[in-house]
Design a protein around this ligand. Structure first.
Ligand code: ATP
Ligand code: MG
Length: 333
């Protein structure tokens, strides 16, 4: 039987944050023993909204940072493959073939693409941005992945991959398993602003690489219940990002329950609730910081190069199957 395979990853638009952890990294860590894992750093995807040279250079830097984030949270490079998308040219090849298997209106219905265009201040949707989920399908199908651990905002894209895989198999024969999305324990972690999802590019993130002082400063400035002008005003726990983080990262469940009760009753100040959160977050991040310190730049670089080679071998094999199934012309040799 084929091994169970995972493909998931991140765009190199910034370092990884707590949202990535609960949305996707946690599942990657949990499954890396039982699955063959491919973790992609999707630099071609960043071209869909940021094709300028300066952004390409910037993405190059973030590639290393993200690989280091993976290693720091405990991704084991012996077992799991960490690779860069643009180093696997079969991605371009499969992308073109898959583009024929989905319609423009189907892609236009995805709200995520319009959001991305708006966030990047683009007036109209670039052709390539419309193809974002198709490119993602190429990533997922190249290693013939069965499982895709992602945050909730990405679920609709995995659905597109499933449709494309089904269509391919129907037209040409069974080449691809139908991949399944696996949503994290916290499907969408809210940002420190309490307004939008935590995002690399929205200035509302606590990064896995933040030091304890930065974490403290960010938490102490976090948005809470705006109606609470003083500690004796009963507060709202639901939708309050400080409590969302307590729920996600504070292992002392009894402490969290007690804080919520006191907060609702107007019996605890925001400062105390935040101080406890700082403690919990720094405890959570301590082993991540320790592991991070064990890697130097050249080791990370080597792991990426080796991983990209391994991913490429797999992609070449898949493209042989694809070409055979489709009956495409192949040059001799
Ligand atoms: P950008 O601001 O550039 O879009 P991002 O922070 O949204 O960056 P992505 O690279 O778009 O990060 O997402 C990588 C993965 O992390 C996806 O699977 C996505 O669903 C997940 N993810 C990102 N942010 C969150 C979040 N706040 N909560 C849960 N999952 C998240
Ligand atoms: Mg995003």
């Amino acid at each position: 039987m084929d091994p169970k395979r995972i493909l998931t990853g991140d765009r190199p638009t910034g370092p990884l944050h707590l949202g990535h952890y609960v949305g996707s990294l946690q599942n990657r860590l949990r499954l890396q023993d039982s699955h063959e894992c491919f973790f992609i750093i999707a630099d071609l995807h960043t071209l869909t909204t940021r094709p300028e040279k300066e952004h390409i250079r910037e993405a190059g830097e973030y590639v290393r940072e993200i690989a280091l984030d993976y290693l720091a949270v405990g991704i084991d490079p012996e077992r799991s493959v960490i690779f860069v998308q643009s180093g696997v040219p079969e991605t371009f090849e499969l992308n073109l073939i898959l583009e024929m298997l989905i319609t423009v209106p189907r892609l236009e219905r995805l709200p995520s693409l319009k959001d991305m265009a708006r966030d990047a201040n683009l007036e109209a949707l670039p052709f390539g941005l419309l193809g974002y989920p198709v490119l993602q399908a190429a990533d997922i199908l190249l290693p013939r992945a069965t499982l895709v651990p992602v945050g909730k905002d990405n679920e609709a894209h995995v659905e597109v991959s499933r449709e494309i895989a089904r269509r391919f198999n129907r037209l040409y024969g069974e080449v691809f398993p139908i991949p399944e999305a696996l949503i994290g324990e916290v499907p969408t972690l809210v940002g420190t602003d309490g307004q939008a999802k935590m995002s690399k590019s929205l200035n509302n993130a606590i990064f896995l690489a933040d030091n304890s002082e930065t974490v403290e400063a960010k938490v102490m400035h976090m948005y809470t219940d705006p109606k609470r002008v003083s500690a004796d005003v009963p507060g709202t726990v639901e939708g309050n990002p400080v409590f969302a983080y307590h729920d996600a990262f504070n292992p002392e469940k009894a402490e969290v329950a007690e804080l919520k009760e006191r907060y609702r009753g107007g019996k605890v100040g925001d400062v105390e609730v935040k101080r406890k959160l700082v403690q919990a977050l720094n405890q959570f991040l301590a082993p991540i910081r320790e592991r991070r310190a064990q890697y130097d730049r050249s080791t990370v670089e080597e792991l990426i190069v080796e991983g990209t080679r391994r991913a490429r071998r797999e992609a070449e094999e898949t493209m042989r199957l694809v070409r055979d199934a489709m009956g495409l012309y192949r040059s001799i040799g």
